[in-house]
Write a protein that binds this ligand. Structure first.
Ligand SMILES: N[C@@H](CCC(=O)N[C@@H](CS)C(=O)NCC(=O)O)C(=O)O
Length: 294
């Protein structure tokens, strides 16, 4: 049926077949669907995630903290396969009642602390280690403004544009037009900002860059949703400059492949339990042991 012909009924009911690519996982209700404890490793931080842009923000932050010498930031990164419904297991829901990756447990505190929402996780880690978030009030406000800009903007990019351009069962002109316009406006916001400053907060590399890069760096440099040409991403030259600069950071190169299950095999490390996992990636570890365990 075309979107033009659709007349909403008086009361919405759940059509289980209507969700396109996400029909199997999207539900109109919250809470767990099954009992499943989460695995726990040896490190202070237990991360339950997947290498999507929201997941990458956190693994990049961990790798940056470790690279900066914060050895207390050692972490186990467990794979949550959202396509198979792992986010609805009882153990995961206990850490994130919203059933979305990433979710983090800090076991180094007297009583373990749970943190969900990628932005909250970045702020928690930045405050805990005193890193990548300015302490000066004005600089901190600028950094948090951009962090929250990302949290509010990316759903239009992923859930709006990406969904209708790449995932919806049919191409509908109205939502693609609407969200393409918004994504291009967002890219222009970033481009104007990055014409003036080297890093997003105008001060230094921070959690604002870490949050924005996986989403908007992905659009301009990694052809997210196969839409680079459609969105003319080459026009945003300052975003391109910044995206390349962030991509060159060794910690970013490590963080972006953790819990990743798509793309080239050499850019997938399904689980991370030790720094050496990055050096010893073998076919087995990439596709075998970790996937089965996660
Ligand atoms: N605002 C949340 C969004 C998290 C989110 O949307 N996660 C997606 C993957 S990128 C997810 O887990 N989806 C599973 C589902 O919707 O069931 C955050 O930034 O942490």
């Amino acid at each position: 049926m075309s979107d033009k012909e659709y007349t909403p009924p008086k009361v919405w009911t759940w059509d289980k077949e209507s969700g396109g690519r996400f029909a199997a996982i999207n539900r109109p209700i919250a809470g767990p669907t099954h009992d499943k404890e989460l695995p726990v490793g040896k490190h202070p931080f237990q991360l339950y995630s997947l290498g999507t842009p929201n997941g990458q923000k956190v693994t990049i932050m961990f790798e940056e903290l470790l690279a900066a010498g914060h050895s207390g930031a050692e972490y186990d990164a467990w794979l949550i396969n959202i396509g198979q419904g792992d986010q609805f297991g009882s153990g995961f829901v206990a850490i994130n009642p919203n059933s979305k990756i990433p979710a983090l447990l800090d076991r180094s505190e007297k009583k373990p602390v749970r943190i969900f929402e990628s932005g909250a996780i970045l702020v928690y880690l930045a405050e805990k280690f005193g890193a990548f978030l300015p302490t000066n009030r004005a600089a901190r406000a600028e950094c948090l403004s951009w962090l929250f800009w990302q949290m509010g903007s990316a759903p239009f990019l992923g859930g709006g544009f990406g969904h209708f351009y790449a995932y919806a069962p049919e191409k509908y002109e109205y939502p693609i037009n609407r969200y393409a316009m918004e994504v291009k406006r967002q890219l222009d916001v970033l481009d104007r900002r990055l014409a003036e400053v080297e890093f997003i907060d105008g001060n230094a590399y921070s959690i604002a860059d870490m949050a924005i890069w996986p989403w908007y760096g992905g659009v301009v440099k990694s052809n997210s949703y196969g839409a680079a040409e459609f969105l003319s991403v080459h026009e945003y030259k300052h975003v391109n400059r910044w995206a390349e600069q962030i991509a060159a950071r060794p910690a970013v190169q490590r963080g972006r492949i953790v819990n990743r299950t798509q793309g080239e095999l050499s850019a997938q490390l399904h689980e991370r339990h030790d720094a050496s996992d990055f050096d010893t990636k073998t076919q087995d570890k990439i596709g075998g042991q970790s996937a089965a365990g996660g």
